[in-house]
Write a protein that binds this ligand. Sequence first.
Ligand code: TYD
Length: 142
Amino acid sequence: MSLIKWIDFQTLGDERGSLVSIEQGKVVPFEIKRVYYIYRTAEGVSRGYHAHRNLQQVAICLVGKCRMVLDDGVTREDVWLDCATKGILIEGGMWREMHDFSEQCVLLVLASAPYDEADYIRNYEEFLAITRQSRIATSLQC
Ligand code: TYD
């Protein structure tokens, strides 16, 4: 099963242009507690390189493009974010990296909780160990 889960936002466009509205309790599968955006990323810079223990996020590239890598500790996939009407759902326990930001890229992120450094796993080896442990725990339940 693919790690890439898209959320499609309806475009409310008319002859003046396009508009997307994101309302609590509609297509985003969590309560939105925080919104942040990444922009003016310097050329050649990659970001992310972390997972979250619990945080859920939806990332939407409003302008330009960037390449998102998702990794669940077993599978690694990458995808271009380049569409203002499509968000990528990033659930807890998912390592993410963002690469190849275009000059004008604006990446909007909706998050299920306020910022909490304790929820971050910033070390890839630690992330692999945690995901390995949780796979063992899940397999023992069956
Ligand atoms: P970080 O999450 O490491 O950025 P990225 O994963 O995109 O490379 O965040 C960069 C810095 O900003 C770090 O010091 C934490 C801080 N920060 C906040 O204070 N609040 C936030 O909501 C976010 C996302 C980051």
